[in-house]
Design a protein around this ligand. Sequence first.
Ligand code: H2P
Length: 798
Amino acid sequence: MELTKEQFIRDFKDQLHRDFIVKINESTDEERFLALAHLIKKYISTPWLERRHDLIEEDVKTAYYFSIEFLPGRMLETNLLNLGILDLVEDAFKDVDVDFSDVVNAEKDMALGNGGLGRLAAAFMDSLATIGAPGFGNGIRYKYGLFKQKIVDGYQIELPDAWLGTDGNVWETKKPHSAVEVKIYGKVYLYPNGEGNFEPFYEDPTILRAVPYDIAQIGFQNGVVNNLRLWDVEIPESEEDKYRTIEDRRKIEDITNILYPDDSSYEGKSLRLVQEYFMVSAGLQTIIKNYLKTGKDLKDIHELVAVHINDTHPALAVPEFMRILMDDHGVVWEDAWNSTVKVMSYTNHTILAEALEKWDCNLFKEILPRIYQIVNEIDSRYVEEVSGKFPGKIIENTRIIRNEKIHMANLSIIGGHSVNGVAKLHTDLLISDVLNDFYQIYPEKFNNKTNGIIVRRWSQISNPLMSAEIDKLIGKEWRSDIHQLKNLEKFITDEKVLNEFYEVKKENKKKLAAYVKETQGIELNPDAIFDVQVKRLHAYKRQLLNLLHIIKLYWDIKDNLDIDMVPRVFIFGAKAAPGYRFAKSVIKLINEVANLVNNDESLQDKLKVVFLPNYNVTLAELIIPASDVSEQISTAGKEASGTSNMKFMMNGAITLATLDGANIEIKDAVGDDNIVIFGMNTDEVYDHYEKHDYNARKLFEENPTINRVVKTFIDGTIPNSQSEGQEIYDALIRHNDEYFLLEDFESYVNAQKYINDIYQDKIRWSQMALNNIANSGRFSADDTIRLYAEEIWNIKHN
Ligand code: H2P
């Protein structure tokens, strides 16, 4: 946008004055942040408004991305960068003597997500706007984001993340006039309406008011502003008499209170299903209402509307779309179904059975009586359509209702025209294994879309030092055309350049070390290798394998205090789901091993272990630029894609990885010499499954290193963790090590030794790092989303 520094300073002072009646030098950082955010909203209000109107008026096909998670983190810098005024504002703040980074730090993380899934959804919002595609988000405005993690005595403690504070989210705009009603519970009766359709009659439903809050999604320096719409629940005025006590009201308000309510109880399960339906119904009603403004026939809606089901949580979009078309607008089943399948598409994000949602029919029927009828009908028509054409077993495996459960992935696949995995290997596994039955029926629906990242955020915003270095070498065009990073390859033998990149990394390490010192009181040596694993804590991601290796190093040093090794700092960041006991035990053990190691002077600082609490997007922005080694060590076949792996490589960390998810594509991008691969591949893992021949106890008994390391969990070496140590020992030995840590252990240790060796050759290491940076452009989410736009949604982009 066109703006001078002087004009900006005037606008900003004005905004502060009007919002808070303060002068700039008396204002707090929070006031400054809020005023700046308000000013940004003012700058974009016209394109934001026009965008919506233009799309409706000009009959432009629009994609709607439905996701139960959106994880943008802080938005200030991204918004300024995308508006093209980040440098200008930083500069202006210097002129008025305000520390810009303090203003940035006044923003709370918007953490309406768990990990990669939600972060990807937020990235796609940015990319959609950046490629100028009409793509809007739909989600839930949770009052509490993902819990805030504290570590007390080594244990994870979960505190509510009241990110909205008392004044709400500064980026959002409440749109009460666009509220819609959503019906749940009650009974439903169908009366034939004489036109081949039914008129439903609802008896005693619970009626919810869904109120949208819109958040602008600003494209990168292109004037486009898309919309992310998050839905909040309220009690409709007409229903107020029904809710006389605070307790009654709370039951309704709870619906949008928290992300992923604990679903171990019936109430928790019900709440989750209500959340899913609430978001989907409110979103779809609005989409259809807007479509009708074009004056076109509803049976052609697929020509202007695409709806994306991000993971199975929004799968109710399929029957809800049918319901609205049929019940509210009288479209007959066949036409409604034809449109629904053309409108819907679905992304699968995991092959883990636990994450493929299934709902108990009784619970489903109770909460969503009309939707249940429709799902039933979809299911029986499906069976009718495929029977005789495919073996009974395949039909049984793919139908929606089976064993009194509703299979949401099956609903998404049958009810849509596209199913995609999120990395090549993952899609191959869906096709060959997990969804093979479906593949036989609908091969044309399957496609791959390897994940991507917002390259601007993970370089220009989070790593300004590296970005400046790149500018010096190849000019600034890479900032808007990431593929130009490839030009860095020219410098791969230039020792001066390599040294400079090494120094940049060291500066970033010092910055992280300062944070660790300040928050944890642990001193880190910036010449040590910073070896990092940050991601959701889950057994398949194998943080425990990392810990086994740390224990091995601990014993190696204790055995030989003169051991020749580059000092190593292991850094972890990970939240464990509140009900996930094993994951919490791993956190406890990492922390206790950290205590043991960090306080043992005999190790002479050769080994340090840091667990950074409350890992989130903001912390990632500090950690990733400071990392030397990127731990991507999941059991082959289990990590659908991974996206932190892409962020690390872009920041010049060397990937230490199994052949899993997008690691394989990173290897293809950088070449075998610039990545360190270890462990079993997917075929070998599957071979164990087939032959049932894995024997962890044997490895434990026959391999002295494994034996010693694993026994460390139960022999008292690690203090204060007897029961957790026993639990981990049991998981590995008594329960036969589900994720093959012990089988991959040797190979992992060797890979780590190799890392230790090459790090000593500074030039070689820096070459590898530079190669990674130069080849990271292919993981841009802008490119990924272009493929979604072209191959799945058929929407236009620039
Ligand atoms: C999940 C997968 C990742 C994938 C991401 C986005 C569910 O994220 O496990 O492999 O990259 O979706 O597609 P996560 O584990 O980080 O919660």
